[in-house]
Design a protein around this ligand. Sequence first.
Ligand SMILES: Cc1cc2nc3c(=O)[nH]c(=O)nc-3n(C[C@H](O)[C@H](O)[C@H](O)COP(=O)(O)OP(=O)(O)OC[C@H]3O[C@@H](n4cnc5c(N)ncnc54)[C@H](O)[C@@H]3O)c2cc1C
Length: 349
Amino acid sequence: MEIDYLIIGQGLAGSLLAWELIQRDKKVIIVDNNRLNASQVAAGLINPVTGMRFVKSTDVDTLLPSALDYYQNLSLYFKQAFYIEKPMLRLLRNDKEITACTKRFKDSQYKNYLAEIVPTSTGINASHGILKQNNTGYLLTSPLLEALKSYFISLNAYIKTELHYDEISLSPTLQWKNFKPKQIIFCEGHSATQNPWFSVLPFQLVKGEIITALSKHVIPQSILNYGHWFIPLDNHQFRTGASFDRDNINSNISDEVKTKLFESLQQVYPTLTVEQVIKHQAGIRPTTQDKMPFIGQHPHHPEFFIFNGFGAKGSLQIPWHCQNLADKLLNNQTIPQSSNINRYYSLFL
Ligand SMILES: Cc1cc2nc3c(=O)[nH]c(=O)nc-3n(C[C@H](O)[C@H](O)[C@H](O)COP(=O)(O)OP(=O)(O)OC[C@H]3O[C@@H](n4cnc5c(N)ncnc54)[C@H](O)[C@@H]3O)c2cc1C
């Protein structure tokens, strides 16, 4: 069967790209092995100002409106809320942080993102004060991926299977099983490190664990950021995480990490009592060495593209980039240099 695009991976990257191309009347097939992926585990946080120096994320002024618009349109289509906007309270840890963020208040470029510094908030242990941030929130990635999966299934556009790279033939025509796509777009998240055509790209994978739990008492309704974070899902249910581990790249969960996450939460929110752990999950972030996405065309096989490397910022970055990649595929629009894999073409032999 002749199709336009074969997309490998139904994480957030593959799903939004497939959705985008289908909206543009392209014939798309999306293949996924149905394993628990980073997108389902992710907290989905969007936090425009991060780090010890309180710096705006790269291109956030462009990426954020695009992401909010995209999720809003998906919500309208599926009649379901996917993006939950909530203020974030960032606990300041020392005088250096107070100085760094006070400096940002004087910079007009930060006015949409930083609200004020307050001494503390009810029940929260904040010795150096709290920075209130605006334009923050989280994406409900699992329900979004479920909704999109059902949509792809309804179009006969979803295949649940493991794609083995040696099943792809390049000549006489590009083919996988009985599909003859014009192009194949690889969106396999961290598994791209096994991809024979793109594994040379400098990924720097980071494992993360995250916990969903229930509290006996009513919990605060802001996102808390204290090195780790706390996200209220309703009046009693919350998520906390995520750990950050570059050395053990696997999907195992550990009691040691769980204890650490709860200890760190207990320090900032001493009165919180955990009644039940609902879920403890681990995932692997497809992070890259230069912290920028890996998007573009293979230098020797123009029929192969990659759409990957969204690290810890997939919710913010993927909507804008999937539209840009669709523009590249359909109208030969350029991919921004900072995320284009042509910056690494010298690594491809
Ligand atoms: C603990 C944790 C917390 C995070 N928190 C946040 C956050 O707060 N905010 C944020 O924006 N991001 C966060 N992230 C990062 C976010 O998850 C990623 O940026 C994003 O989800 C990556 O999506 P993806 O589609 O590239 O990869 P994935 O979601 O991993 O999807 C890849 C898909 O490809 C499939 N696949 C791979 N190989 C094959 C094959 N050969 N055949 C068939 N299918 C295949 C996989 O099974 C998977 O379904 C977090 C990640 C983790 C692990």
